[in-house]
Structures are given as structure tokens and as C-alpha cells.
Ligand binder design. Structure first.
Ligand code: PLP
Length: 291
């Protein structure tokens, strides 16, 4: 069960100062991002041609770069690349109702091993259409733990093979997302989302020490929910609590805050608190594109 390709609009890619149709954009065969996954990225939602929360995404990109010891291209260059690719898509297809912008930075051309070369980092900015998520969302838990003690915990790296395998498992089970524990057996996150549970009338999400990504949607949700007086808490919960939650919510840039209707085969009816969580996020997000 995949998140289907939306439309025939060809994604555009900014690379080395040029904007190209995606099939024509190339990186070097020995780019360290390709050979060993030495890279970082950001995925941003685009609404009516405008990028949401770009400032926060650029801040996290710089944090991820620092964690990997990668030189991060400066903000002004990345913003220029984003603007150029955005303009190119706009000229071709008009303002995309819903799009997905991806900023990737890698170690650049390097040796065949894990050591880095002296090359400049590679910057790639891609923008294409995105399909809206279906109304009915299914998720499953998978047994493979996230390592909350990893040297690069919290960095949004291009080493996503674990996520790919977990998501494939979810798809094989008819679900859209896989939710993972950490090595302590606590809830961590989804392959591309943070998780919020309604547990006994409280919206609980794992703390960053669980090993989850510091999701932009998560951080905005925590801020806005608290402002609106919703009961929210960041605390560790055993992965087994997913089975007893009155509501299971996924938070990510492409999803916003989204209720899950089926969790590990169990129908989740959804709670009033969960519905309010979705509504609060939508309401505050509508106030501005760069919160
Ligand atoms: C592993 C992981 N956790 C959480 C998230 C959610 O982060 P954000 O809200 O910044 O999109 C993502 C986003 O893709 C992710 O890859």
C-alpha cells in the first residue's frame, strides 16, 4: 500500500547552479552520499507553491550537518536554490496545490571507503508534486529497534535503509507507516513520522532522548497544543502502549498531524482529543508559511 504518485508533472532539480528536469539531473558516481549514505536531508511540504517552515528546516539541516561533521552550504545558497527550483516548477506547472521539496547535502565525491575526500559537499534541491494522504491510514509496529545511543541520533541522514525495510514491511501488511521501538523497548517513531498517542486523556509523544527525530511538525504541534491548552506530554512509553491508545497520531511535514484508523490490525476509533490535536495543528499552520 504505497502513497501513490500524484500527477505527470516532472519534478525539477537544482544541482550545481542549474535547474533541470529530474531525469536529466546527475550526481557523480562516487559521491559519498551514494556510496556510503554520507549525507543529510530535509523534506518540506509545499502548499500552493509556497514552502512551509523553511527556516526551521534549514536550522535542522545545519544541526544534522554539524552532527555528521559535514560542511553545510550556507543558508543563502540553499534559499537561492529553493527559490530557483520553485520558480522553475511555477513557470512549468503553475503553483502546485501540494508539493514535496527535498534538500539533500552529501559529502561530495569521495574515496570508495568510509573516509571522506576533500571535495565540496553536493547540494541537491528537488521539487515535485505530492499526493494527498488517503483518508484511511493504517500503521503497524515492527520489531526492529532504533538505536537511541547512536553517534548520529537525531540527525536526518540519507542512511535510511532501515526505514526503507520497515516501510516495505508495512506496505506488505497493507499499512502506510511502520512504527518502531528503541533499544529500551519504548516507543520511538515511524519511518517518516513522529508518533503521538492519546493515553488516558493525555497526548503523549516520546522525548528526543528516545532517539526519535526532532520533527518540525512534532515541535510545532507541541508548541501550538500547549498554547491551546491541550494536555500534552513528552515522555517515554513502552511500545506496547500503542495497543491501548485511544488514538494514534502521526506527525510529519507531508502529513501534518494525522489520525491512524487501523493500528496493527486493530480499528482505532479515534478520540475527541485526537481530533482536537488535528484541528489545532491545521488552524495554527494556516496562520503563516514560516512559523
Ligand atoms: C524518521 C523520521 N521521523 C520523524 C519525521 C517527521 O519530521 P518532520 O515533521 O520534520 O517532517 C521524519 C520526516 O520525514 C522522519 O524521517
Amino acid at each position: 500500500m504505497t502513497h501513490a504518485a500524484p500527477s505527470p508533472i516532472v519534478p525539477k532539480v537544482w544541482i550545481a547552479g542549474d535547474v533541470l528536469d529530474a531525469p536529466r539531473a546527475r550526481v557523480a558516481a562516487l559521491d559519498h552520499g551514494l556510496t556510503v549514505g554520507d549525507g543529510i536531508f530535509e523534506t518540506c511540504k509545499v502548499v500552493q507553491g509556497e514552502v512551509f517552515a523553511l527556516t526551521r528546516h534549514l536550522r535542522r539541516l545545519a544541526r544534522s550537518a554539524a552532527m555528521l561533521g559535514l560542511p553545510c552550504p550556507d543558508d543563502a545558497l540553499v534559499r537561492r536554490a529553493v527559490e530557483e527550483v520553485r520558480r522553475a516548477v511555477l513557470d512549468d506547472a503553475g503553483p502546485l496545490p501540494l508539493g514535496r521539496l527535498r534538500i539533500t547535502v552529501t559529502g561530495g565525491a569521495g574515496p570508495l571507503g568510509s573516509d571522506r575526500g576533500a571535495a565540496e559537499p553536493t547540494l541537491v534541491v528537488a521539487l515535485g508534486p505530492a499526493a494527498p494522504w488517503p483518508a484511511h491510514i493504517a500503521a503497524v509496529t515492527v520489531p526492529w529497534p532504533r538505536n537511541e545511543h547512536s553517534a548520529i541520533v537525531g540527525a536526518k541522514t540519507t542512511s535510511y535503509a532501515e526505514n526503507v525495510v520497515a516501510l516495505e514491511r508495512a506496505h506488505r501488511e497493507g499499512a502506510h507507516e511502520a512504527v518502531m521501538p528503541n533499544t529500551a523497548g519504548n516507543l520511538c517513531e515511524g519511518t517518516g513520522s513522529n508518533v503521538v498517542l492519546d493515553l488516558d486523556g493525555e497526548l503523549v509523544t516520546p522525548p528526543l532522548s528516545s532517539g526519535c527525530l526532532a520533527g518540525i511538525t512534532r515541535e510545532l504541534f507541541l508548541e501550538w497544543a500547549a498554547k491551546d491548552g491541550l494536555p500534552v506530554a513528552e515522555r517515554d512509553v513502552p511500545i506496547g502502549d500503542v495497543a491501548r491508545a485511544a488514538d494514534v497520531l502521526l506527525a510529519s511535514s507531508t502529513r501534518n498531524v494525522q489520525q491512524v484508523q487501523r493500528m496493527d490490525g486493530r480499528a482505532v476509533l479515534g478520540s475527541e482529543l485526537g481530533r482536537r490535536a488535528v484541528e489545532v495543528f491545521e488552524r495554527y499552520a494556516a496562520l503563516g508559511m514560516d512559523p
